[in-house]
Write a protein that binds this ligand. Structure first.
Ligand code: SAM
Length: 272
């Protein structure tokens, strides 16, 4: 949509008139009226989005990504699909598990998940972990997960403040997993979380974060964080970046981390 709108500016007025006549001839007036409404609306929507983006960058307002709004949205969410509404296909999900989760999360260790939501990644994480902790800003997510994983003695869930890991002991975590969560958390709050990662990670522990890269410029209610600023804030705290990628290869298939230039970053706390 974005490219189409930008490209159409390159057509001359005469070219546009010729196209309009052809479209009218082939489709009739009623269809063309609806097309006109769509065309004008999409132009206005594009301008409105650019203005929102500009205002957000200039004034520092949180957009759709404040702590309070994240809590309110995800407490109101219908979790009956378990978060599978964000998996583009079964093949994609299996590939995330095989090529990212099982590759990076060491087996039989203490795993922390931030933002389990409806438990989409919690099943493979619990299967892999010796001990699993899920922390979510939304009380309803925690309720859903507690009910769903009631028979799992190694799993526990807690409501968090959205910026800290209170209740998680220092030096206790081997692996952190968070998918489709940091895409919605603004930089200020990510920085507070990153301080906490430093506190709770054991030396050598690994973090796998799925996050945005263009500061919200592609839509998708993404946070204001950019790829560079995420890598910098992790490095500033002494973490080593293992890899950071927008797509990966699984046999003949290429899979994307997300629809909005999302990235998966794997980082480590070096052993002393
Ligand atoms: C789009 S859902 C993704 C849920 C799950 N991770 C998945 O991939 O299916 C976003 C989740 O992040 C949680 N969340 C949002 N902001 C958070 C924050 N600051 N701290 C912890 N959880 C947060 C929401 O409550 C929700 O469960």
């Amino acid at each position: 949509m974005k490219d189409l709108i930008e490209n159409r500016r390159h057509i001359t007025l005469f070219g546009k008139a010729k196209l309009a006549w052809l479209i009218l001839k082939e489709n009739g007036l009623l269809w063309c009226l609806a097309f006109g409404v769509y065309y004008i609306n999409s132009s206005i929507a594009q301008k409105a989005f650019q203005f929102m983006d500009h205002l957000r960058r200039k004034t520092g307002i949180p957009g759709m990504n404040s702590l309070a709004l994240n809590k309110a949205i995800w407490e109101a969410w219908d979790w009956s699909a378990g978060g599978e509404e964000w998996s583009p296909s079964e093949g994609w999900k299996s590939s995330v598990i095989k090529c990212v989760l099982e590759k990076e999360v060491p087996a039989a260790t203490e795993v922390l998940e931030i933002g389990p939501g409806g438990g989409r990644w919690t099943v493979p994480l619990i299967a892999r972990a010796a001990k699993y902790t899920g922390i979510d800003i939304s009380a309803s997510c925690v309720e859903v997960c507690r009910a769903k994983f009631a028979g799992e003695p190694k799993a526990s869930f807690a409501v968090g403040s959205g910026i800290d890991l209170k209740g998680v002991p220092d030096d206790s975590i081997d692996a952190l997993w968070s998918f489709d969560v940091f895409v919605h958390i603004n930089q200020n709050e990510v920085e507070k979380y990153a301080d906490e990662f430093k506190r709770v990670f054991k030396p050598g522990a690994v973090g796998i974060l799925h996050h945005g890269s263009v500061g919200g410029a592609m839509g998708g209610w993404r946070s204001n964080i950019t790829h560079d600023s995420m890598l910098k804030l992790l490095k500033d705290r002494g973490f080593e970046i293992v890899s950071s990628f927008k797509e990966w290869q699984d046999g003949s298939e290429t899979h994307q981390a997300g629809l909005y230039q999302d990235v998966i970053t794997v980082f480590k706390l070096p052993k002393a």
